[in-house]
Ligand binder design. Structure first.
Ligand code: SF4
Ligand code: SF4
Length: 377
């Protein structure tokens, strides 16, 4: 058990270094994808009634084709790949795919419903170098809508808490399906008790647009957020979330198609899971020009978009373009005290070192040293 703890700690430091490096790279250059979601199979072993992301017959994407897609994403400069589905654990070579992502020094992230997890599978994913796993848990007990239930998955969560050397987050979506909204809080508390991360999303329609939360749901989401208060990661900060929780629109530029790519099972590039069909160009033919053109398109779906992972990428781009204004916008005065919110150290350090375009010779030396340590070109 001690060796699991030591390996976990070593991997946590290495992961933090690589995540800092990816933020540094994104602050230096606007023309590479920061994150790509890649479908490994459309097939799922469950059939949640709210889901339009699955079928019960598709074959997995052939492994050699998956390797080619990852090579192409690496050539475009992608820094994080999230494997998604359908159900990712149905792919017979999921570990090889994870190892291939890591071979390119890309951060490897996997989304799963957790049903097929075993202790052996967790250990193989450790060896493959998985960085992060996200499991969605919809309710406490299975119902007609979803079987992704704490009652069924609790044993798997315990195995993850004991054996996983990667980061594990348990995700609940408020308003997704359960009749009892309190279930999301029960799930989040159990995740925290096991030492796992708990996150909460907001239900959206099939186009990624907000479905407003009621007062009770807003209270629950605040309580879930309170469970992870004090834990900050430069890749998880989302200043637009609060407006959405309150049913308000946001003004932001979505860089999907450039900063984020969604690769479907047929190997086509789409803006995101919710906006499939734009631009639907084969990944094998996707070019730097495609990235720049698609990222710059103004997306009508942006104001009420709830795709948080893509909004976070836009935070980095705003800091890169206008560090001072962006930091003031993202860390506004705290409501009660009227003082600016403290800017977390990683954000302060990276933005003052890398984002501003001007500076004296001392700053240029520090900038050069930071880039060398982070191995950013
Ligand atoms: S487990 Fe995930 S992919 Fe499968 S049906 Fe449910 S929501 Fe869809
Ligand atoms: S704003 Fe961007 S991430 Fe959100 S739904 Fe539209 S294309 Fe997708």
């Amino acid at each position: 058990m001690l060796s699991v703890r030591l390996r976990r700690a070593a991997k946590r430091w290495h992961r933090t270094y690589r995540e800092t490096r990816l933020v540094a790279r994104a602050l230096r250059s606007p023309n590479h994808p920061i994150l790509a979601h890649v479908v490994v199979t459309r097939r799922c072993n469950l059939a949640c009634t709210y889901c339009n992301e699955f079928d019960d017959f598709s074959k997995p994407v052939p492994t050699d084709e998956m390797m080619r897609r990852i090579d192409k994403l690496a050539a475009l400069g992608t820094t994080v790949i999230t494997l998604t589905g359908g159900e990712t654990l149905l792919h017979p070579d999921i570990e090889k795919i994870v190892a291939h992502i890591r071979h390119h020094s890309i951060v490897a992230f996997q989304v799963t419903n957790g049903y097929l997890l075993t202790i052996d599978k967790i250990k193989t994913l450790n060896r493959a170098g998985l960085d992060h796993m996200q499991i969605s848990v919809d309710n406490v007990k299975p119902d007609a809508v979803s079987k992704k239930s704490l009652k069924v998955l609790d044993q798997k969560l315990q195995w993850l808490a004991k054996y996983a050397e990667f980061r594990v987050s348990i995700h609940s979506v408020l308003g997704a399906c359960t009749k009892n909204d309190e279930d999301a809080l029960t799930v989040a508390r159990r995740a925290t008790e096991l030492g796992l991360i708990s996150t909460a999303g907001i239900v959206h329609d099939s186009a990624g647009q907000l479905k407003p939360l009621n007062a009770e749901q807003r209270k629950i989401i605040e309580q879930i957020e309170g469970l992870s208060r004090g834990r900050f990661s430069p890749v998880s900060h989302n200043p637009w979330r609060k407006n959405l929780i309150n049913g308000l629109p946001n003004e932001w530029d979505c860089g999907a198609g450039g900063r984020h790519l969604y690769i479907c099972e047929n190997g086509l590039v789409h803006w995101c899971m919710a906006q499939r069909g734009h631009p639907a160009i084969p990944l094998a033919q996707y070019t730097r020009e495609d990235l720049i053109r698609e990222a710059a398109i103004k997306k009508d779906c942006a104001p009420y978009c709830t795709v948080f992972c893509i909004q976070r990428l836009a935070v980095i781009d705003e800091v890169r373009a206008n560090p001072k204004q962006a930091l003031e916008r993202f860390f506004p005065p705290q409501e009660a005290e009227g003082k600016p919110a403290p800017i977390p150290f990683p954000i302060r350090a990276l933005s003052s070192l890398l984002a501003p375009k001007e500076g004296g010779s001392r700053k240029r030396v520090l900038e050069k040293a930071a880039l060398r340590i982070l191995k950013v070109d």
